[in-house]
Structures are given as C-alpha cells and as structure tokens.
Design a protein around this ligand. Structure first.
Ligand SMILES: [Zn+2]
Length: 214
C-alpha cells in the first residue's frame, strides 16, 4: 500500500474504514500555525520612545497575564478523565487516542463537507469548530500523557505551543498498536475483545505481544 504523509511530515494512518487516513500527530484541528505579533517598531524622538515604552510595558503585563491564565496543550485535559488516564495501560491509551482523533477527524471532515454543500448553517458549523477546538485539548493531553508514560521524547508543554513528540518514535509506537488492533485481530476477535473489555473481563489474549520498540 502506498504510504501517505501529512504536511507535518508524519505518516498518515488508515483507519478501519479503509479510505480514511489520519495523521496521528497533528490531529485534524491543529492549526499548526500559531503566529506571534511582530513587536518591532521604529520610534523617533523621546516622547515617542516614552509612549512606546509605556505601551510595551502594558503589552508585556497583559501578555504575562494572558500566559499565566492561558490553557496549555498537554496540560489542560479538556474533557478527559485525568485519573483514568493516569492508571490506563498502554493499549488502553492507544485505543482512547485512536478513538478521539478519529472523532475529531470525522467531525471536521463531515462538518466542512456538509457546510460547503449548504447542508448545515454557518452557525452549526461554527459550533462544530468550537467543539473541535475543545477536542484538541483532549487529544494533546492524551498525546503528552502517552509520551511521558512510555518514554518518548517530548518538549514540556508551553503556552501557545502544540505538543510535538519525537515523530519517528511516536509513529513506531502508534503503528505497533494500530497494526495489532486494526489488522492482526480479525473482526470476530475484535468484537469479542470489545465485549470482554466492556464487561471488565480478562482481555490479555487479545493484546499484542512483543515490544513496540523492536
Ligand atoms: Zn500531521
């Protein structure tokens, strides 16, 4: 099968629907282009310089306050259950990540399609985009939690930054679980696994064996 790559450079992964490819690293709603205002200036004269200084001070204070109160990707859990994620097994984290990125992808894909065809109102589409922006916190919280748990290099979360793990290692991990759950397990095995999992039964026979690092 021909490999597809996202603009961020990561390999796109097919979901079980077949024709849908998702970038596991920058999820669909990732604007990926955070821009900072250019603070450069060319003042003339003392009065102008003072005025600029005052403005800069006020700007710096406002910026510091904004940064302090800002929601940070990777730290803000969105609607995720922090305790559950803390106690989740690696394969559980994969499945949760898989499902939330897919939900976001679907919402974005179907929403923009329906909106461009005039099937949904501007208001409805705006509201979906708001939901997507919220989901991005969930996604990046999980992404960061996964990296920390399994030891993938990832910079500390920062205001205005998206969580950006070491792509190659993360993809290796992702492919390992994706391949097991989506390809290795038959449909029947997958359904049994899902049922047992929901009922809190032992699912160890349905989990991948081996080491994703190899
Ligand atoms: Zn990407």
């Amino acid at each position: 099968m021909e490999k597809r790559y996202c603009y961020c450079g990561s390999e796109m992964m097919p979901t079980e629907d077949g024709d849908i490819y998702i970038c596991p690293i920058c999820s669909p709603n990732n604007p990926n282009q955070t821009q900072f205002p250019n603070k450069g200036h060319s003042g003339r004269g003392a009065a102008v310089r003072t005025a600029i200084k005052d403005t800069e001070k006020a700007n710096a204070e406002a910026e510091a306050e904004r940064a302090e109160n800002a929601r940070v990707y990777g730290i803000d859990p969105g609607s995720r259950d922090v305790e559950r994620i803390e106690n989740a097994a690696e394969w559980e984290l994969f499945l949760e990540y898989y499902s939330v990125t897919k939900i976001a992808w679907r919402l974005n894909h179907d929403g923009s399609r329906d909106h461009s065809r005039g099937h949904i109102s501007d208001k409805a589409w705006a509201s979906m985009q708001k939901d997507l922006a919220e989901l991005q916190y969930d996604i990046e919280y999980l992404l960061y939690a996964i990296c920390k748990k399994i030891g993938i290099d990832v910079p500390d979360p920062e205001v205005d930054k998206h969580v950006s793990p070491d792509r190659e290692t993360f993809m290796k991990w992702y492919r390992f679980y994706n391949n097991h759950f989506m390809n290795t397990l038959s449909d029947k095995e997958w359904h049994t696994f899902e049922t047992k999992r929901k009922n809190g039964e032992d699912v160890s026979a349905y989990l991948p064996s081996g080491d994703w690092r190899k």
